[in-house]
Design a binder for this molecule. Sequence first.
Ligand code: RIB
Length: 296
Amino acid sequence: MNKTPVVTVIGSINMDLTVTTKKIPNKGETILGESFSTLPGGKGANQAVAAARLGAKVNLIGALGDDAFGTSLLDTLKIEGINTHGISIEKDVSTGIATILVSDNDNRIIVTPGANYHVSPALVERYKELIMHSDVVLLQLEIPLETVEYTTHLCKENHIPVVINPAPYQKLPRNVVDMTTYLTPNELEVEEMKNDYRLDAIKEKVIITKGSAGVNFYKDGAEDVVPAFQVDVEDTTGAGDTFNGAFATRIALGSSIEEAIQFANAAAALSVTKFGAQGGMPTAQQVENFLQERSI
Ligand code: RIB
């Protein structure tokens, strides 16, 4: 596989305000946390960084506020080698923020979208040339649904595969689901999907990430599980994003679904061994070495 895969991500860019704590406070309770960090995040940016570190040529279409967080996030994306021409800087709007509590090997996240809600169909239309030259387009749901719908139509018309990570969960119009190549919910999101669709009818496009329990998918009518790699966990924030960025990159390269999941699983396992959403995202060589160590 020697071509450079092109992945275009349309999604959120946030500053993650992360507190680590031994316990989660109860209603009305004040507790002392352990540490506080300001780190680059946002599902769109995270997935873009994951794909870029794994060797994809990445375009990111998104929006930032005209504030200090916006300036700093734009710099970090450029350092990762991501094409940031499709990122609009919105006047008098705040950059997206995620308030994250990390405790007991898991995280709880509240996103305040800010500029991310300015990622409009018009913005996508302005940069549609990037989409036309992509091998895969990757979306999440921290931007307006109408933009997700618009992009999916554009991709369908131009025969470009689309991966939607339905997080945070919202019901997608049925036609969007039908036009999507793969949907990648986690265990909680898939439970919500079951209320909205007959999963049986779309199961071949649904890839369920279950953290340390592995990844479930269907092929030729049969369910299969790719087990997770057991590693020492430092921070699970961004593990799903690493999986999505890696999965999209491998699909863009023409890998089989099993191989793409295996590779993405390894990338996600490595990502949780370091702190922060993007802190542990590996390079392709690190993933290959890890797969070899684990004799896959
Ligand atoms: O998936 C993790 C990400 O979710 C964080 O980086 C946060 O910004 C939210 O978008």
